[in-house]
Design a protein around this ligand. Sequence first.
Ligand code: CMC
Length: 441
Amino acid sequence: MPNANSDHNAQTAPDQATLILGERQFQFPVIEGSEQERAIDISYLRAETGHITLDQGYGNTGSCQSAITFIDGDRGILRYRGIPIEQFADYPHFTEVALLLILGRLPSETELEDFSADLTRYAFLDEGMKHQFEGFPRSAPPMAILSAMINSLSCFHTELHELEDEREFLHTAAHIISKIRTIAAFAFRHSRGLPYIYPDPALRYVQNLLHMMLSQPYHQHVCPDIVRKALNLIFILHADHEQNCSTSTVRMVGSSGANLFASVAAGVCALWGPLHGGANVEVLSMLEQIHEGNLTPEEYVKLAKDKNSKVRLMGFGHRVYKNFDPRAQMLAKVAEELVPKLSGDDPLLEIARRLEDIALTDSYFVERQLYPNVDFYSGIILRAIGIPTNMFTVMFAIGRLPGWIAHWWEQNQTAGTRIARPRQIYTGETRTDYLPMEDRA
Ligand code: CMC
């Protein structure tokens, strides 16, 4: 095993870090990423010193090296494979961005056509899966159904558990990216007791999703271009965000050798939480609560600052962005353009603007560098498009899926990947003896 003092990372380490523990000193290599981010490589810390690090919430811990997404939270920069997120505002389809993330480069025309053809071919679910939908209560949360049914895919596609090469991986990626749409739409239709609408091979990704969700057997939903563009952009802006909670979950599950379906299903569960993807639902319920007159925006902000209240200003704050979230800025612009066109004067948009104004000038939020995040405006847009609130986080999941897949594959292809297995500092009972029941007080 290389020694922490050794130069096993010398080629990437322009510097070294010294740790002083009592009388002893230890040197650790400092590694640098392509955007000059620096990390102290402590891979041999425990072997050398007998100590581990403690970093609750992993705010200072790099879990891997990754070439997929770059974020500079202080400068509000987000890039996919080097391309600034702002450049996706007008041009590509979500599927092209998905391929960019997954392949590691912009696809050629043929690659994009082949992948799109796969998405069309794989959109149908095995009829056996329909019976599984029937087993869920109508009231089942769509995120629970989504996770369960993605895991179910691994029962129907056992041939895709072991992936031999990039070609097999791309087919599997296309299966999941296509089928998640059908599953999402069926989950929604099931919750409403509506007949399932099958995918239409003539429709592109976004229109096909809305068709399966919103068409009726006697009436085909027609997706206005403004809606297609908005949803396309929402998916693109959610497509990856480096080592966030759900992506780290996908990587952690994948590190055990679990297949892509199982790993992604776990990612859906992590995303569901209100501090992560579930925040878009919470934002809307916050806005509705204020609209119903229970609280004014000023009172809500006051409550969010009160540490005893357990209330947070939902859609505000981010672990990484400490200046602005570029995704939130782009979505705020879309909301301003789209919502008046689709819904006229939306009082919730007015309340969101008011909350933002109050928070951005309030010392509590300014000092803690809390700004609107991607979830602050996405719910208002989704609502205007006609997506019900309980499907908001499902929409986030559809958008984030290419990122999860790209990370799973990157890890899978990285030589020397080890099973993810953090340590802990034990704080429980020291050695004690088992007491038979009759001897217990
Ligand atoms: N409202 C009020 N106070 C807040 C908020 C908020 N939204 N966010 C953070 N704070 C306070 C927090 O109480 C703490 O104060 P103090 O230093 O006095 O104890 C300080 O700001 C730092 O907060 P933290 O919880 O240590 O920050 P974190 O990096 O662990 O959490 C976060 C990040 C996004 C979970 C958090 O800001 C939050 O809960 N925001 C609301 C939920 C939300 O919008 N989540 C979506 C995140 S973006 C999309 C995604 O990742 O899914």
